[in-house]
Design a protein around this ligand. Structure first.
Ligand SMILES: Nc1nc2c(c(=O)[nH]1)N[C@H]1C(S)=C(S)[C@@H](COP(=O)(O)O)O[C@H]1N2
Ligand SMILES: [Mo]
Length: 426
């Protein structure tokens, strides 16, 4: 069989070069958008991998695989507990850089669109491989960005588990991106050499000329008159990107800035005790009677101990201002009071380094259980919180008791705690 086969003339429509008429399209525009996109993608990828590190130790259904799997992708240290806003910061950046990248990504897809309709579809084996990598780049990119967006909008219209899908999808995307950069950086450098890096931004509408067309470029063969200048297009995309970035950080910084996160689900302080709730008590499915006077905290370690809420309140209390910071990119810092986890470990007879497995009254789902590393249990600021902002925890905030650990992802901060098992580590 002959490869590539004969394809003949392009079919009518987008496979014909004359179909694409915008005078703005061309290597310079695509390169400029690519150069703007790259730093955002680098930040988003690095903070994404940091989140993966922070998600360990294993979180049952939330972590990826079992502890020990894929450890070569973890950093050679445990996720620290200081500064306490660390995860709010890295994950806020992950979400803000990711959403800010979207308008630029879409503009770049638009600018490179004729490439997706190349004719003949395959010219050679090298060309076939290039096109396959482009399919992985575009497919992988759309997959990670859109699963990410739907996740932060708390909408899961699929049957796979978000964290591993988003994580492994990013490998496909980043590998294809690496290949794309190897082939396209020279093209971009050439475009910048020929036309200047920012010189085309000086052209107003009247002076907006198409780039010269050719086999390898996306510049139009039969350009229309421009209706917007390149700088007009880029300013629009840039404003969209900046606006989304501000929305992203609004729900991290909180306070009055939370209001600017008007498109984000955690944009207000609606919730008991003046701050938002992610998982409400009703949604947890816990029977209210279980949180009343029958409630006992079970501690396991060298010995088993059962404590009522009164017993816990009679212990030495500690107060700390600490954030809950969710993988979804929002956070909220409140003043929590309760018993340090390491005091509870000591009570259970484990006084050296200890890991903890925390279980909730909530059963089933991915959140009923979380594991804390010894560094997290050992930090004096890690609390089994009983009160927040000088009042008993509301049911929605995890009454009778919830975990709060500095710098940990929110998913480690189990609500409606039922038991804590401490395991001594060597
Ligand atoms: N029992 C239980 N604890 C939980 C959760 C949950 O769904 N159930 N969600 C976790 C996640 S993912 C986060 S970000 C925080 C959110 O705290 P909030 O629901 O009080 O806002 O609680 C964590 N603890
Ligand atoms: Mo979360």
């Amino acid at each position: 069989m002959k490869f590539p086969p004969e394809f003949g003339d392009p079919p009518p429509g987008p496979f014909r070069r004359e179909f694409w008429r915008s005078p703005l399209r061309g290597p310079w525009l695509t390169s400029f958008l690519g150069a703007a996109l790259l730093p955002l993608i680098v930040i988003c990828a690095l903070t994404g991998f940091l989140s993966h590190v922070a998600y360990y130790p294993d979180l049952g259904g939330n972590g990826i695989g079992e502890p020990g799997d894929l450890e070569f992708f973890l950093l050679p240290f445990d996720w620290p507990t200081s500064p306490s806003w660390l995860y709010a910061f890295t994950q806020g950046l992950h979400i803000a850089s990711g959403v800010a990248a979207i308008p630029i990504l879409l503009a770049k897809l638009w600018s490179a669109m004729p490439k997706l309709f190349e004719w003949p579809p395959v010219r050679s084996i090298a060309h076939a491989l290039e096109r396959a990598s482009l399919a992985l780049l575009v497919g992988g990119g759309l997959f990670v960005f859109f699963t990410g967006i739907l996740n932060i909008q708390l909408f899961y219209p699929w049957n796979f588990s978000f964290v591993p899908a988003h994580y492994y999808g990013s490998f496909v995307f980043l590998a294809a991106l690496g290949l794309h950069l190897v082939t396209k950086v020279p093209v971009a450098l050439k475009a910048f050499r020929e036309r200047g890096v920012i010189a085309p931004l000086r052209d107003d509408l009247a002076n907006t000329e198409p780039e010269p067309p050719g086999e390898e470029t996306t510049a139009p063969y039969s350009p229309q008159a421009p209706t917007i200048s390149r700088r007009g297009l880029l300013a629009t995309v840039g404003a969209g990107s900046l606006g989304l970035f501000l929305i992203g950080i609004g729900q991290v910084i909180g306070g009055p800035l939370r209001r600017i996160a008007f498109l984000a689900p955690r944009n207000n302080s609606g919730g008991p005790q003046g701050f938002q709730v992610n998982k409400s008590f009703t949604a947890s499915g816990i029977e209210e009677a279980m949180t009343g006077s029958v409630w006992r905290l079970k501690l396991e370690g060298a010995r088993s101990v059962e404590l009522s809420r009164q017993d816990l309140l009679a212990m030495e209390q500690r107060t700390e201002s600490l954030p809950i910071a969710c993988v979804e990119g929002w956070s909220t810092t409140q003043t929590w009071s309760g018993v340090p986890l390491r005091d509870l470990a000591a009570l259970a007879g484990v006084s050296g380094g200890a890991e903890a497995t925390v279980k909730s009254l909530q059963v089933g789902g991915a959140f009923g259980e979380a594991t804390l590393a010894d560094g997290q249990v050992g930090d004096e600021r890690s609390l089994l919180a009983l009160r927040v902002n000088d009042a008993d925890l509301a049911l929605d905030h995890g009454f009778p008791a919830r975990i709060i650990v500095p710098a940990a992802p929110g998913v480690h901060c189990t609500k409606w705690v039922r038991s804590i098992t401490f395991t001594e580590v060597a």
